[in-house]
Design a protein around this ligand. Structure first.
Ligand code: GSH
Length: 230
């Protein structure tokens, strides 16, 4: 059997999307923690854009989360997480791109980094970065609330898809900030979706094997290399 490896660091939002989907499909894999080599030649040889996750299946190596998860969904047995219907599939890709462009950048890159990741390393929060993100997050949550207000179980309706697993890790990390804790109760349908997703055996199973949340040492460099500036 070909070896299956996820490369990344444990707290990475995108790495955890991949790990949730592997867990859901009951694919056995090993996790290789790249924290000690992030940004170094060993990491850049796997991902020339200096990011994680990277996925290896035998001699096939692929990076970029959406490419990885669509490969996993097709190449491995287990519950299919991609609808066959073209319109439903387009809707799923729409939500994946919503997370990439309008959710992750503000919930994680702006607020979670400023409120959790940098302070854990002794770096003060930049209030301007947080302030810039807040209306964008309010808008994203209002859009999700409208979508989920008809009582559907998942983003696309009754079917659990890759889109739900895409959204979960960003919304989890943001829930650990004061901003998230204060904002979420205004969006009850979204909170019900979150409760369902957090309660899935898949989510519980992955959480149980993740190490306790610890500071991300290589994030010290982000303050110089790619912190938003306003
Ligand atoms: N477009 C990439 C984004 C991946 C990404 O931004 N990953 C973050 C972690 S969640 C990362 O690699 N950060 C490392 C760094 O910025 O040094 C994907 O979809 O895989």
């Amino acid at each position: 059997m070909s070896e299956t490896v996820v490369y990344g660091f444990p707290r990475s939002t995108f790495v955890n999307i991949v790990r949730l989907i592997l867990t859901h499909k009951e694919v056995t894999y090993t996790f290789q923690d790249l924290e000690p080599v992030m940004g170094k030649a060993e990491h850049l040889a796997l991902h020339p854009f200096n990011r994680v996750p990277i996925f290896r299946h035998g001699d096939f190596i692929v990076y970029e989360t959406s490419a990885i998860v669509s490969y996993i969904d097709e190449a491995f047995e287990g519950a299919r997480l991609t609808p066959q219907d073209p319109r439903a599939r387009a809707r799923m890709v729409q939500w994946i791109n919503v997370v990439n462009n309008y959710v992750y950048p503000y919930m994680i890159y702006h607020v979670t980094h400023e409120r959790l990741v940098f302070p854990e390393l002794g770096i003060a929060s930049d209030e301007k970065v947080v302030a810039h993100a807040m209306p964008k997050i309010e808008n994203a949550l209002a859009v999700l609330e409208r979508e989920l207000a008809d009582g559907r179980n998942h983003l696309l309706g009754p079917e659990l898809t890759i889109a739900d697993f895409y959204l979960l890790p960003s919304t989890f990390a943001f829930s650990l900030t004061d901003e998230g804790r204060n904002m979420y109760p205004k969006y009850p349908a979204f909170c019900r979706w979150r409760e369902r997703m957090e309660g899935l055996p898949t989510t519980q199973k992955l959480r149980a094997i993740l190490p306790p949340r610890a500071p991300i040492p290589h994030a010290r460099e982000w303050a110089n290399s790619h912190r938003p500036k306003y």
